[in-house]
Design a protein around this ligand. Structure first.
Ligand code: ADP
Ligand code: ASP
Ligand code: MG
Length: 405
């Protein structure tokens, strides 16, 4: 059986931790498994690398940023391989490119286009533990690329899918909770969660998993185990709705979790003729800069003159400012206002599909606590609100209490 393990930044933050992981991986190998391990950069290395570039300029070239950021993971793969070898195991480190991970898309936010697992399988057949750099791949131009922050999860699930293996994600929290346990101490650990709910929670801000990793798991039917302790299996399994329903430990609830996304900005475009052509022009510019537009709302307009708002990731602020300058010079009466002091709070649950009254309950909580909001959006299984940043955690806690999470 091929098992793909993934260890995040905190888990590999010191050589002592790396040595402990090596010992555990050795025991998994000794039990007769073929072991592939994906690692992130040590501790806050990726942040430190980004900071270095920002010491030079606010707007570093994204191709060069990929080159720079990809170096973090390369330290870890070498150190973990050295640790495994010291323990007497045959191990080899591979960069994303060497592991056959091909990517496409924009620099710094690439997607995995294809994985050729031949190289890894050859090493496995020679009895080696294969240590792969997460978060990176190679594009058609032959450049090293990265998959967006938190992208090592995606590397791990994609490798498990390509190699036909199991996937285990080890992180600094012992499973998936109903709400980030750092925000709400009374959050409950979920034994299982469906792909769809996890994808939605992750997409809406629960940073414990990268949403694309969950999407790949769902697409290729790879169950994802998320946990902390090496050896003990007391974490959470991300799996199909059918398997979640079979799990006796799961309580039936309408809402499964709450997520908070602080990594976002809201843009208000005011005094613009809100016809499709103008809005297309703005979003076309955003697309050309690789900005992922999230919620869009339009204020009540008369004779198509009014304002609209949208949200997108905080990391796109530099590109947004540039677009704002272009729009304001093209439409002199228009204001393009970027508000970084907002947070999105969302409730997520498959139960939303078949239960009425959830929105009423949510707004009752807001009304009772005299809380205002900027934007609302819904999907089949979630309701999201954009609120002032200072209110985000309080609202999340109120929802957790209201929905017994
Ligand atoms: P890694 O470096 O291992 O990838 P991350 O920092 O990306 O780890 O993810 C783990 C963190 O995710 C936890 O420390 C926790 O604060 C946060 N988190 C957010 N939402 C949740 C949730 N619903 N359940 C568990 N952890 C969560
Ligand atoms: N090291 C990268 C990051 O910090 C990738 C990851 O940790 O998954 O975003
Ligand atoms: Mg992560």
């Amino acid at each position: 059986m091929i098992i793909v393990h993934k260890y995040g930044g905190t888990s590999v933050a010191t050589t002592e931790k790396i040595m402990n992981i090596a010992k555990y991986l050795g025991s998994v190998k000794d039990a007769g498994n073929d072991v592939v391990v994906v690692v992130s950069a040590m501790g806050k290395t990726t942040d430190a690398l980004i900071k270095l570039a920002r010491e030079i300029t606010d707007k570093p070239d994204s191709r060069e940023m990929d080159r720079l950021m990809s170096t973090g993971e390369q330290q870890t793969i070498a150190l973990l391989s050295i640790a495994l070898q010291t323990l007497g195991y045959e191990a080899i480190s591979l960069t994303g490119a060497q592991a056959g991970i091909k990517t496409s898309g924009h620099y710094t936010k690439n997607k995995i286009a294809d994985i050729n697992g031949k190289e890894i399988k050859e090493h496995l057949s020679q009895g080696k533990i294969v240590v792969v750099a997460g978060f990176q791949g190679i594009n058609e131009a032959g450049d090293v690329t990265t998959l967006g922050r938190g992208g090592s999860d995606t590397s791990a699930v994609a490798l498990a899918a390509a190699l036909g293996g199991k996937c285990e994600i080890y992180t600094d929290v012992d499973g998936i909770y109903t709400i980030d346990p750092r925000v709400y101490k009374k959050a409950k650990k979920l034994p299982v969660i469906s792909y769809d709910e996890m994808m939605e929670l992750a997409f809406l801000g629960a940073g414990v998993m990268e949403p694309r990793a969950v999407e790949l798991g769902s697409k290729y039917g790879v169950e994802i185990y998320v946990g902390k302790s090496l050896g003990e299996k007391n974490g959470t399994i991300i799996t199909s709705v059918e398997k979640v329903k079979e799990n006796k430990e799961m309580e039936e609830k309408v809402i499964t979790g709450v997520s908070i996304n602080e990594n976002m900005v809201m843009v208000n475009v005011e005094e613009i003729t809100t016809n499709a052509q103008n809005i297309y022009e703005i979003f076309e510019k955003a697309e050309a800069s690789g900005i992922n537009i999230d919620m869009i709302s339009q204020n009540d307009v008369t004779s198509h003159h009014g304002s609209f708002a949208f949200t997108c990731p905080k990391t796109d602020i530099a590109a947004l400012e540039k677009i704002g300058e272009e729009i304001e010079s093209e439409f002199p009466q228009t204001s393009f206002i970027i508000n970084p002091y907002v947070t999105k709070v969302s409730i997520v649950g498959i139960g939303l599909i078949s239960n009425i009254g959830v929105a009423a309950k949510m707004f009752k909580t807001l009304a009772e606590n005299d809380i205002s909001f900027h934007q609302i959006s819904t999907s089949e299984i979630s309701i999201s609100l954009v609120v002032d940043e200072v209110m985000g955690k309080r609202i999340a806690e109120l929802f957790a209490k209201e929905f017994d999470l």
